[in-house]
Ligand binder design. Sequence first.
Ligand code: NAD
Ligand code: LMR
Length: 329
Amino acid sequence: MSNTPVKVAVTGAAGQIGYSLLFRIASGALLGPDTPVQLRLLEITPALKALEGVVMELDDCAFPLLAGVETSDDANVAFDGANLALLVGARPRSKGMERGDLLEANGAIFTAQGKALNASAASDVRVGVTGNPANTNALIAMRNAPDIPQERFSALTRLDHNRAISQLAAKTGAAVTDIKKLTIWGNHSATQYPDIFHAEVGGRNAAEVVDDQAWVENDFIPTVAKRGAAIIEARGSSSAASAASATIDAARDWLRGSADGDWLSMAVASDGSYDVPEGIVSSFPVTTKDGSYEIVQGLEINEFSRGRIDATVQELTDERDAVASLGLI
Ligand code: NAD
Ligand code: LMR
């Protein structure tokens, strides 16, 4: 076991997602069974008391890998020396809202946190954004942290990826472990495009196995894209345990690597691949290794997929323009 704990900062630590996320990180689900972790938790001042209760519960678990917990309402303190920062804290949407409605309310959080990361985080920091609207919040944090390479920022579309795997497995009668190479393109929003044209079910092309374009268009894509709203409708509050689980999956695979013969969906700074303009954070198929990612290249994009990718990318460029006009980037 390495003796140096990895410092993981989590924002919004007293919130719903935090309540699932922290215990799994402390148990080793993110960094593995041999790596001690120090948690550095950020909350707004009124939530510090609730956070104290969460820390009491973390203590009470006596997690062997948990090498300390620091709490603060100051981002510079919470991010001090952080090797991984999971930016969860933001207001969730409620019934009837789209995630983009949160741009102004939440965008300001990410300017301040980008600056604090730039000033305080470790030189190897990786930043994963879960708080909505996640893609554009990641863009805001990235643009406010000019000394951190932009490849160190990502936004969460792994929940959408996992949702799509689950739906495709149910449709085909396959196990979730039989589904590979699924892609979420674009925004973590209702315009996202879950793409099965390159996916595999038990080694066979998923679109051929399904052989039902009407299901893809009228059932699969809307079910995945609107799953967050369906959960808000059913639970009365937004997804939390599944969002925490996806946040762990995404960070774990980023740091520890994707499986051979498969890829993941991550929203990252576009380098122009697949004609997605530079200057936005958009979801792509990626492979990962040791804290780096590579966008999978050379996939053939059919006409249907092109239209869907263009639509979700348009929404991201509109969001970018909106936060630029708010002076956030
Ligand atoms: P929540 O309201 O339960 O918790 C959010 C916490 O963030 C609160 O405790 C709040 O005090 C804290 N917070 C607010 N501003 C902060 C700041 N400036 N610094 C630090 N902490 C701050 O919400 P939740 O259900 O945990 O969701 C958090 C965010 O994650 C929401 O924006 C939600 O929409 C988003 N989300 C994203 C995904 C995804 O797949 N990307 C999935 C689910 C939820
Ligand atoms: C989700 O996808 O469940 C989250 O982004 C919450 C939401 O607002 O949909």
